[in-house]
Design a protein around this ligand. Sequence first.
Ligand SMILES: NC(=O)c1ccc[n+]([C@@H]2O[C@H](COP(=O)([O-])OP(=O)(O)OC[C@H]3O[C@@H](n4cnc5c(N)ncnc54)[C@H](OP(=O)(O)O)[C@@H]3O)[C@@H](O)[C@H]2O)c1
Length: 350
Amino acid sequence: MTRYDLALIGFGGVNRALAQLIAGRGDELAAELGFALRVVAISDLRAGSLVRADGIDLAPLLAGEPAFAGLPGGSADPRTEQVIRGVPCDIVAEATFTNPADGEPALSHVRWALEAGKHVCTTNKGPVALHGRALRRLAAEHGVSFECEGSVLSGTPVLRTARRLLAGLRISGVEGIMNGTSNYILGRLEDGVDFPEAVKEAQALGYAEADPTADVEGFDVQLKVMILANEVLGAGLRRDDVSVRGIARLTPADMRDAAARGLRWKLVGSAALREDGTVDARVAPVALPVEHPLASVSGPANAVSFHTDLLGAVTVSGPGAGRVETAYALLSDIIAIHQRHAVLEESLHG
Ligand SMILES: NC(=O)c1ccc[n+]([C@@H]2O[C@H](COP(=O)([O-])OP(=O)(O)OC[C@H]3O[C@@H](n4cnc5c(N)ncnc54)[C@H](OP(=O)(O)O)[C@@H]3O)[C@@H](O)[C@H]2O)c1
């Protein structure tokens, strides 16, 4: 059976959930998917690095806060570049923090891996939003894949739906509710709760970060709009090209007024093709008619609608975050890599 050796870069919520999936369901997945997964290297700022050519026993690492120093093949030093470039493996799973300014250090991680002829899957919005096209070119030059399903709506298949299931349709626009925290807060404003109190509730429930700026001011959605515009509509947008307005000025009174007119306020990220082929992209609160496909998306749920010529609006809805949900995005990327390269092998060798 085919086996893919993996290097995990970053060992926080997402890559640990992927490790959990491999440790707990690896045999079942291999029987269903026709390939096995083995982790041969991990690099993490806090835990250090661990390299085992014969495969890492994952279960003991998942019991508590891992520290790799002292383990055979382990070191307190993350040795990130050495692990990515030097350790023989097939796929690098990049899940370090998102940097919206320049995409680093994840951008370098992805480049090193592609240059070394390794496939990459990532959940990190930074490199995809800011450098997706260049990274895809680099992957093609080295005959490998660059997959990034988890960069928009975690494991909910948005990018793959557009590329695969909507193939043959002309997509003229994309719009979505792509931030569960702000959507939850809007729901609480509808319940009459004031904005600061709704933010506190979202933090207590683990939806919002200690600093909620990126969520409520729309900057998280801005990166996702860039990804959708660039990956689905073929635009080459930079951050400045996507105007951003968040939800912080909305009040329970605005919600009541909208409801009286058959409308619901939502934080909508959108990108639409103009007549001249350029793309108009923005993030802003929009009062949607209640019958709009996105108006009924409530609480932390997310959804993206594609506007197509032959089907009209096609909407994909599901979780937009969560460590397990996002780890599934990495698994779905690995499945895509397997399918693509199995077809290539077949066509090369009959
Ligand atoms: N969790 C979700 O629901 C979700 C959903 C969609 C997308 N994502 C994206 O997926 C990525 C991972 O998310 P997460 O929730 O797993 O984040 P996380 O829990 O913060 O994990 C990131 C890990 O990467 C480590 N790290 C940072 N820089 C590194 C470097 N240069 N070399 C090696 N390790 C490094 C961090 O160490 P330190 O803690 O010491 O810094 C941390 O352990 C992020 O980009 C996030 O935006 C997450």
